[in-house]
Design a protein around this ligand. Structure first.
Ligand SMILES: Cc1ncc(COP(=O)(O)O)c(C=O)c1O
Length: 390
C-alpha cells in the first residue's frame, strides 16, 4: 500500500528516523579501549528516565519478560513466597514466570479492567506476621486492558503493613511514557524493554535495581547463569558487558535517551497524557467505552476499547489492517474478540493519532458499529486544539 503504515499497537512502537540512523552502523570491537564511553553514556543516563538516584540500571540483550526472570533470580532464594494482584494477561504472565522458577505466589484476583487494590495488598501483608512473603509483583501498566495501577499507593500500603517485602514493578508499557518514580515509590526492581517508550526495536531488556535489592544479589541462592547480575556488575564497572552486547540497539538506546531527556521526562509524561485524553474523548464520541473500569485508572500509553455486543473486535482489527493499513492491538486471552487496543506511546503526536483515529473510525463503521464518521476524530481534535502547544 502506498503511504505510511500506521503501527498503533502498544509495542513495538514506531522507531523514529533519528533512532534508525543512530543504529545504522558497522559493528565494532566491544572489548576495545573506546567502547566504555558508550556503556557509560547509557548507564549514567538510564536512571534519569525513572528518577532513580540510588541503585543501578542494567541492560541485557533480551526482552521485558526476561527481565522478570532476571529480577527474580538475582534477589530471591529458591521456593520463595510472593504476593501479586492479577488483573490482565501481563500480571498473569509475571506470576507464571515466578511459579515456573519455583516460587509460590499468593494471587489477589481482580477483574480484568481493574487495577491493583492497595488495601488488599496491605491486608495480605499485615496478615503475614512472620514476614514469609519476600516480594510483591506489580504490573504498573497492564497492557492487556489499558489500566494503570498506583505504585505509590501500593508502596504506602506496604509501609503501613510495616512489611519488608521487595517491590517488583513491571514497567514495560509505562517506563519512558508514564510518570515513574523509582526512588520516591520505593521500587526495588523495575522491569522494561526497548520496544515501547524507548521507541526502539525489541531486543534490550532493561532492569533497574534498588540498593536494598542489590544487597541480595551476592547472598541469594537462586541458580542463575546468563542473567547473573554479579557478572554484569563486574563488567559494567569497567564499561563492558559479560557477553556480546546488542551493539546497534545500544547506539539506538543512547540516542533515545538523548531524545527523551532533551524533551524532558515531565514533558514526555505530559505529552502522553494529553494524547491519551484525546483518544479517550474519541472513544466516548463513538459511544464506546474503555476496558478500564474507572477513568482514574485509564492508561495514558494505550487504550483498550470494548466493542459492542455482537461485534467481534477481531473483525475491526482485520478491516483496519487490510483496508486502511493500520495495525491495532488485539484482545488477549480473556478479552480476545471483546477489545481492540490503540497504542499511543512513544514517537507520537496529535496528528499521528488523528490519522490513526480516522482509520479506527472507518474500520468500526465497516464492521457495523454505529459510529458517525468524524465524531471521534473531531472530539480528539477539539481536545488537542484547545489543550494545544501554542
Ligand atoms: C506490561 C508488559 N509486561 C511484559 C511484557 C513482555 O515483554 P516482552 O514482550 O518484551 O518480553 C509486555 C509486552 O507487551 C507488557 O506489555
Amino acid at each position: 500500500m502506498a503511504g505510511r503504515h500506521f503501527l498503533q499497537i502498544p509495542g513495538p512502537t514506531p522507531v523514529p528516523d533519528r533512532l534508525q540512523r543512530a543504529m545504522h552502523r558497522q559493528m565494532e570491537d566491544h572489548r576495545s579501549a573506546t567502547f566504555p564511553a558508550l556503556t557509560r553514556s547509557i548507564l549514567s543516563r538510564l536512571p534519569q528516565v525513572v528518577h532513580q538516584t540510588k541503585g543501578e540500571a542494567f541492560v541485557f540483550p533480551a526482552t521485558g519478560s526476561a527481565m522478570w526472570e532476571a529480577a527474580l533470580v538475582n534477589t530471591l532464594n529458591p521456593g520463595s513466597r510472593l504476593l501479586a494482584p492479577r488483573f490482565g494477561q501481563f500480571s498473569h504472565l509475571f506470576i507464571q514466570t515466578a511459579r515456573n522458577l519455583g516460587h509460590h505466589v499468593d494471587v489477589i484476583e481482580e477483574p480484568w479492567g481493574e487495577a491493583a487494590d492497595p488495601a488488599k495488598i496491605e491486608a495480605a501483608l499485615a496478615a503475614d506476621t512472620a514476614h514469609e512473603i519476600q516480594g510483591v509483583l506489580l504490573v504498573h501498566n497492564e497492557t492487556a486492558t489499558g489500566v494503570t495501577s498506583d505504585v505509590a499507593a501500593v508502596r504506602a500500603a506496604m509501609d503501613r503493613a510495616k512489611h519488608p517485602a521487595l517491590l517488583y514493578v513491571d514497567g514495560v508499557s509505562s517506563i519512558a511514557s508514564l510518570d515513574f518514580r523509582f526512588d520516591a515509590w520505593g521500587v526495588d526492581c523495575a522491569i522494561t524493554g526497548s520496544q515501547k517508550g524507548f521507541m526502539l526495536p525489541a531486543g534490550l531488556g532493561i532492569l533497574y535495581v534498588s540498593e536494598k535489592a542489590l544487597a541480595r544479589v551476592d547472598s541469594c541462592t537462586m541458580p542463575r547463569a546468563y542473567f547473573d547480575l554479579r557478572a554484569m556488575r563486574t563488567n559494567n564497572a569497567q564499561g563492558y558487558f559479560p557477553s556480546t552486547p546488542a551493539l546497534s540497539l545500544l547506539y539506538g538506546l543512547d540516542e533515545a535517551l538523548t531524545m527523551l531527556l532533551d524533551e524532558g521526562m515531565d514533558q514526555v509524561v505530559a505529552r502522553h497524557h494529553r494524547l491519551a485524553t484525546g483518544v479517550r474523548a474519541a472513544v466516548r464520541a463513538w459511544g464506546l467505552h474503555e476496558c478500564a473500569r474507572r477513568p482514574e485508572i485509564a492508561s495514558d500509553s494505550l487504550t483498550a476499547v470494548v466493542v459492542p455486543e455482537g461485534i467481534d473486535a477481531r473483525t475491526v482489527i482485520d478491516l483496519a489492517f487490510t483496508r486502511y493499513d493500520i495495525a491495532l492491538g488485539s484482545g488477549l486471552s480473556e478479552v480476545a474478540g471483546k477489545v481492540f487496543r490503540i497504542g499511543h506511546l512513544g514517537d507520537m503526536n496529535a496528528l499521528t493519532l488523528a490519522g490513526a483515529l480516522a482509520g479506527v473510525e472507518m474500520a468500526l463503521a465497516d464492521a457495523g458499529v454505529l459510529v458517525t464518521l468524524g465524531s471521534g476524530v473531531g472530539a480528539a481534535l477539539q481536545h488537542w486544539r484547545v489543550g494545544g502547544n501554542a
